[in-house]
Design a protein around this ligand. Structure first.
Ligand SMILES: [Zn+2]
Length: 233
């Protein structure tokens, strides 16, 4: 990104550090993000911009202390732009366009990996962890007969912000909430993370791998997004 230095990008989840732009990321604590989300949820005045043919909503804030433009993408797919006082809105739009690639990559990541923000319940985690691990192992074994990728470890986490994640070292993590999903969506998440062992991105090659098992994956992504945003149960 050409003017990377001009921005400071803040993300909620360290796992969302993907490729380009991640060097400049500053991580904020989760509670700070939640507090921020509460404040923006009360603000219906979101602005809209079209980036690479995609409509993106953003919350524009003005800060007296800010010296330069700042972008934050939160795990509920909300983009927040902070501008120094006196900056014209026109400059904000050209700044967003110059960062279109970074913004769309982050939003795409959260659309695919984020679980609805729900109250942390350690008891629920303890009660379901074992069943979730069993389910994940069983499904990974089933689908890896076809894909045959090298899995290093499988873990169940008490993170409510993501359904699953995959690391470069081949470690697969899943939310214990996998057991609450309709079975076909749990299967989709398993295949999604499994395919990241080969393609650690969301480029067309990755989706081609997913489509070998789920040619109808767009429909599953859509339903998962609705569940994540609390619109479906
Ligand atoms: Zn993914």
């Amino acid at each position: 990104m050409s003017n990377e230095k001009a921005s400071s990008c803040v993300m909620v989840s360290p796992s969302a550090k993907l490729g380009a732009g991640s060097k400049s990321l500053q991580l904020k604590s989760f509670s700070l993000a939640i507090r921020h989300l509460k404040s923006v949820i009360c603000n219906p005045m979101l602005k809209t911009i079209t980036l690479n043919d995609q409509t993106v909503n953003y919350d524009l804030k003005t800060s007296r202390r800010a010296r330069r433009m700042r972008l934050s993408v939160y795990s509920n797919c909300l983009l927040v732009v902070t501008k120094p006082q006196g900056f014209a809105d026109k400059l904000v739009e050209s700044f967003l366009r110059s960062k279109a690639g970074w913004i769309l990559t982050k939003l795409e990541y959260f659309k695919n990996h984020v679980v609805a923000q729900v109250k942390i319940d350690p008891k629920e985690y303890r009660q379901n962890k074992k069943a979730a691990l069993h389910l994940a192992r069983q499904l990974l074994t089933e689908y890896n007969q076809f894909y045959n990728f090298k899995i290093n470890s499988i873990r169940i986490k008490n993170q409510k912000t993501r359904w699953g994640s995959c690391s470069r070292l081949g470690n697969l993590n899943f939310s214990y909430r996998l057991v609450f999903l309709p079975e076909d969506l749990a299967r989709y998440i398993i295949v999604h993370e499994l395919c990241h062992l080969r393609e650690l991105n969301h480029a067309p090659g990755f989706w081609q791998l997913v489509a070998k098992t789920f040619p109808d994956y767009p429909e599953k992504r859509k339903r998962l997004r609705l569940i994540s945003s609390g619109l479906l149960q």
